[in-house]
Design a protein. Structure first.
Length: 282
């Protein structure tokens, strides 16, 4: 499945066979050209308590498990509604806590999904960021790569960690995104690494972002990243509480309310497959 070109292999463990070593499996099947190829793998599981309808787990293409994934949870909820459970809204257990997916359905097909993304946290201990300060807002960081010497970072958690950097020229960053993005992802101040987003503010209702994801690299879109970017833009006074976020793969609507952030967008079912052992062994 994919959501705005952020592509995931979705595996039904709710009523299907379970994958034993999920880290190793995800690393293998996400290799483009050698296997199926994807930005990550999503597992649908039975929830651990009656507080939830279903459980969501997401592994990046490098095998690391993330707490949450915005594009992934839209794919997941479409799959769950169309094939497993006709529940709407859907209460989803994630490593980041409860996420609620409201589904717009037409002729039994899920067209759009609005997701409650939880309450963002700017606290260094929640993200985490190694700093004496309580929050890491617009802090200067020096870089070693030859293309970008320093950046001003605001760090936020929307369940998973994000570094937001405002720039005027996204295309200049894009030319060397692999070098710049991976340096920031792995800065020692971020002990669990971090997702990196370069943000251009277009006006007080629209932003454009370029993403480098922790454990993946460049992706065409990041739902938690779009949420984090909108939250930071709002906190710094650049945008209002409803923002249209333009990503390389398409647009997402983000709304910031008193109880937390909401993300709305679509998801696409691409194909069903039967995988051969050679695709994930050896
Ligand atoms: N693409 C995702 C985020 C996936 C997880 C991320 N790479 C992490 O490690 O936190 C999204 O749409 O939110």
């Amino acid at each position: 499945m994919h959501a705005l070109g952020n592509d995931y292999i979705v595996i039904n463990e709710f009523d299907g066979e379970k994958v034993k070593n999920k880290e190793e499996f995800s690393k293998k099947v996400c290799r483009r050209r050698f296997s199926i190829g994807a930005d990550g793998v999503i597992f649908i599981q039975k929830p651990s308590s009656n507080n939830y309808d279903v459980k969501f787990r997401i592994f990046n293409s490098d095998g690391s498990e993330a707490e949450m994934c915005g594009n992934g949870i839209r794919c997941f909820s479409k799959y769950v509604y169309e094939r497993i459970l006709k529940k709407n809204p859907l209460k989803v257990e994630t490593k980041a806590g409860l996420r609620v997916c409201e589904l717009e359905v037409e002729d039994d097909r899920v067209k759009k999904i609005r997701v409650y993304m939880g309450k963002p946290s700017f606290k260094c201990k929640d993200i985490p960021v190694k700093s004496e300060k309580e929050e890491f807002i617009n802090e200067r960081a020096e870089l070693k790569n030859p293309y970008l010497k320093e950046v001003n970072i605001t760090a936020v958690s929307v369940g998973n960690p994000h570094a937001i950097i405002f720039v005027d020229d996204l295309e200049k960053i894009r030319e060397h995104l692999d070098v710049i993005g991976s340096e920031i992802e792995n800065l020692p101040i971020f002990p669990e690494r971090i997702n990196v987003h370069f943000v251009k503010v277009l006006n007080d209702k629209e932003i454009k972002i370029l993403t480098w994801e922790r454990g993946v690299g460049y992706t065409m879109a990041c739902g938690t990243g779009a949420t984090a970017s909108a939250v930071v833009s709002n906190r710094l006074g650049f945008t209002k509480d409803k923002v249209l976020v333009h990503l390389d793969g398409g647009d997402l609507e983000i709304e910031i309310k008193d109880d937390g952030a909401y993300m709305k967008g679509d998801a696409v079912m691409v194909y069903d497959g039967v995988m051969f052992r050679e695709a994930y062994e050896g």
